[in-house]
Design a protein around this ligand. Structure first.
Ligand code: NAD
Length: 314
């Protein structure tokens, strides 16, 4: 088998195109420009790159994009004050505080200070609970991206067996909820899981989100299965060069699977695109705008949530 690569970069570009046209629609029909505020503490190189990318793409789709760069030793009270200001600022629809935060800051206090209606990362317990209950919610971007990528190659997920490796709050747990809602039978695996290779061999889809380079080997996979690699691991190759690899042994897995996402160029670009999609969604929900065909729950197969029939409730 020579697996087909699922091109997350191209899909993210297409999604951003749809988001940009939604923004124009919102501006023309409702005089609304979605606003996204990204907050970064310190100068961690990886976080700085993520924040710049998010801000650049937000501008490119027509958002009001703001960046707040604070020193790493900023006090928690000052950060909470900024969040309060952004919560109260009507031109801002989405607030993202880039993680990880310095050790002296209580991450949960910060995440819970964000207005759930502007919580475009979907990390606030209010949104976590709504998602678990099957209510409309801002869901985390990476799980939304993973489901989107899977749906492009397996339109009907009903009854499929999925192993999700990793059960963090930002990837594994919400992804298990979304895939369960989509009709899959989900096994959530973690470090303590026994017989992980055997579990994976029985699965139609394996999603690796462990942060462990090359964890998933080719012979762990069902022939013809789908593999989504969320992991991002910095390794040094045999020439001494640093490079990014996923959690899946890519060449071996490509020999067994029918579809596979590469790292880089798979889940990563789609995650950023979903941050933009969530900001549009937040702008629509927060202002009480409605679609004539309002989805009862966010339709993850149709991430561009603003329809042609957008109208103001008021
Ligand atoms: P995390 O450290 O919070 O959680 C890792 C999970 O994987 C835990 O539940 C742990 O029990 C499990 N795990 C670790 N090693 C394992 C093993 N050997 N076998 C089975 N389970 C194992 O990590 P996270 O924040 O969820 O991130 C996971 C990976 O995904 C990281 O590489 C991260 O960089 C990457 N990531 C990528 C994106 C993206 O946009 N592509 C977004 C978020 C995270």
């Amino acid at each position: 088998m020579n697996a087909i690569r699922i091109d997350g970069k191209a899909m993210a570009e297409a999604l951003r195109g749809r988001i940009a046209s939604d923004v124009r629609l919102l501006q023309n029909k409702c005089r609304v420009t979605p606003g996204l505020a990204v907050v970064l503490l310190g100068k961690d190189p990886a976080s700085s790159v993520y924040v710049k990318t998010k801000a650049r793409q937000a501008r490119a789709v027509g958002f009001n994009s703001r960046q707040y760069l604070m020193p790493s030793n900023v006090g928690e009270a000052e950060l909470l004050e900024l969040i309060e200001e952004l919560n109260a600022d009507d031109s801002i629809d989405g607030i993202l505080v880039q993680l990880p935060l310095p050790a002296h800051i209580d991450r949960w206090r910060v995440l819970e200070a964000i207005d759930p209606a502007k919580d475009v990362d979907g990390f606030h317990p209010y949104n976590v609970g709504r998602l678990a209950a099957g209510r409309p919610a801002l869901a985390p971007c990476t799980p939304l991206a993973v489901v989107h990528l899977i749906k492009t190659v397996a339109r009907d997920l009903n009854g499929l067996d999925v192993v999700v490796i990793g059960r963090s709050n930002i990837v594994g747990k919400p992804l298990a909820v979304l895939l369960g809602d989509a009709g899959c039978t989900v096994t959530g695996a973690q470090l303590q899981t026994r017989n992980l290779p055997d579990l994976c061999r029985k699965a139609d889809i394996v999603v690796a989100a462990a942060g462990c380079a090359g964890l998933v080997r080719g012979d762990w996979l069902k022939p013809g299965g789908i593999v989504v690699d969320v992991g991002i691991n910095r390794v040094i190759d045999s020439t001494g060069t640093a490079k990014l690899v996923g959690d899946v042994a890519f060449a071996e897995a490509s020999d067994r699977a029918s579809y596979i996402t590469p790292v880089p160029g798979g889940v990563g670009p789609m995650t950023v695109a979903y941050l933009l999609a969530n900001t549009v969604y937040a702008a629509v929900l927060r202002r009480g705008l409605s679609l004539v065909t309002t989805p009862e729950t966010p339709d993850i197969s149709r991430p561009s949530l603003v329809g042609k029939n957008l109208q103001s409730k008021g």
